[in-house]
Design a protein around this ligand. Structure first.
Ligand code: LLP
Length: 439
């Protein structure tokens, strides 16, 4: 595990140069702490690795991982584009400075009102089903658009490459059990249909799953996607402007795991990409751009959640009770995911016992760790739940009527609040009690 944290002279955990014990004092707990520089580093590492081998390359940050407005601003500044899954994410991206050409909308089971909204924003639609294609045609009338503008409406398709991988079965998005994308073996027909309807299909996309540390499934998916695109290019007159390999790059969560070595990875993936372009004659002057859509890799290890121990309970097991729960980070309960936990106020203390770390939600599954080797923990200690930058706040809820915690951004030791802690009144947001029920 390659943690992006340091232990300072007080034996406290530092993130982004800021002392977590001081942050907890200043802002209270639970608290999400985001390290700005780490996000920038993660982005640059991927960008540099891939552009070394294929210069026409773009990163579409999958903002479902973390849509904090300041995180979006950081990614806009570094030059990222956005993979958006919903009109809300498109709205968020547009409002944080991303121009429509830097956003790709890849929705699933998208309804007509949503298609209308996306169309109005000018954001490119990556189509997930034949139903969506036909409904979009009804909504925008692509033939009329050609008549009026002389140019066809550009779209792309998500294809199921029948290759899937992921850290949990819920996070595998390719293969016959997957609800995503058009079928691999109907791609030619679907691209032809799109052209008949008056569209200009300029891209092909796939995303095989999330939390993948093994390069092999990515290599296989890249090969398959390139073969599908190659056959489509040969059997139609389509010139692909881009081929999008999706996201899914994992990060190390457990002590045994290590960050994927991005340079050889980029070399291998771009190698397959380029050789397939030449195999199918797609490597001419107008050869397609290569896109990828990492979410977790960009933001996952840039944050921790600080949570305070309020209860040490010797029951049939030894429980350490903290002031946050699965409403703050759902991953351990939902996927049985491992998140490393450190004692932030005695960061180098040795592990002496195995403990269960339990949240404050009224459910037995609300556990951050079972049988975890940890130092001696006392009430008042501060725990840091590591790697909490991806799919943590974005999956947080107010379950048990707990307002969501604050988020703080740190950079070079300085901290700023970027999302205020919710209040009890926020729990009533948008609710209306009918007159007859009012007291
Ligand atoms: N592109 C598409 C079309 C996606 O659906 C996703 C993630 C990504 C890119 C980014 O995947 P990443 O690089 O972050 O692995 N809640 C789960 C993860 C769900 C991922 C959903 N789609 C978790 O906490 O592990």
């Amino acid at each position: 595990m390659d943690l992006n944290i340091k232990i300072n002279q007080q034996d406290h955990l530092d993130i982004g140069g800021a002392d977590t014990v001081e942050l907890a004092k200043e802002y209270g707990t639970p608290l999400y702490v985001i390290d700005e520089n780490r996000i920038r580093e993660n982005y640059k590492r991927v960008y540099k690795a891939f552009t070394k081998y294929y210069s026409d390359f773009k990163i579409f940050y999958a903002c479902k991982a973390n849509t904090n407005l300041s995180v979006m601003r950081i990614l806009e500044e570094v030059g990222s584009s956005i993979d958006a899954v919903s009109p809300g994410e498109v709205y968020t991206a547009l409002n944080t400075g991303f121009t429509p050409d830097r956003i790709l909308f890849t929705g699933n089971n998208v309804k007509d009102e949503e298609l209308k909204y996306i169309d109005e924003t000018g954001v490119r639609i990556n189509i997930d089903s034949i139903s969506q294609l036909k409904r979009l045609a009804n909504i925008i009338n692509p033939k009329k658009i050609i008549k009026e503008t002389g140019e066809a409406y550009k779209i792309s398709f998500r294809v199921n490459p029948m290759v899937g991988a992921g850290h949990h079965e819920h996070c595998i998005t390719g293969g016959e059990m997957s609800k995503f994308g058009i079928k691999d073996n109907e791609a030619v027909e679907v691209y032809k249909l799109a052209e008949e309807l008056g569209f200009n299909p300029v891209g092909m996309h796939t995303h095989i799953g999330s939390g993948i540390l093994d390069p092999e499934p990515f290599k296989l998916a890249t090969t398959v996607l390139m073969d599908i695109a190659g056959v489509v290019a040969q059997k139609t007159d389509i010139d692909f402007e881009f081929l999008d390999l999706g996201g899914g790059l994992g990060i190390p969560y457990t002590p045994e795991e290590h960050l994927l070595d991005i340079n050889p990875f980029a070399e291998e993936i771009t190698g397959i990409f380029k050789s397939k372009l030449s195999e199918y004659g797609m490597d001419g002057v107008k050869s397609p751009s290569m896109y990828i859509e990492p979410g977790r890799y960009i933001v996952g290890d840039a944050s921790v959640i600080l949570t305070k121990v309020n209860t040490v309970k010797d029951s049939y097991r030894k429980f350490i009770g903290v002031d946050s729960g699965f409403n703050t980070i759902l991953r351990p309960s939902m996927y049985d995911s491992y998140h490393h936990i450190m004692v932030a106020n005695k960061a180098s203390a040795k592990e002496v016992e195995t403990l269960d770390i339990a949240g404050n939600v009224c459910e037995s599954g609300d556990l951050f760790a079972r049988d975890r080797p940890l130092p001696k923990i006392e009430e008042g200690d501060l725990l840091a739940i590591m790697n909490a930058g991806a799919y943590s706040f974005s999956m947080a809820s107010q379950y048990n009527s707990r307002p969501r915690p604050a988020e703080v951004l740190v950079k070079n030791g300085e901290s700023e609040i970027v999302r205020e802690k919710e209040t009890y009144d926020d729990l009533f947001n948008k609710q209306i009690i009918p007159e007859r029920l009012k007291k």
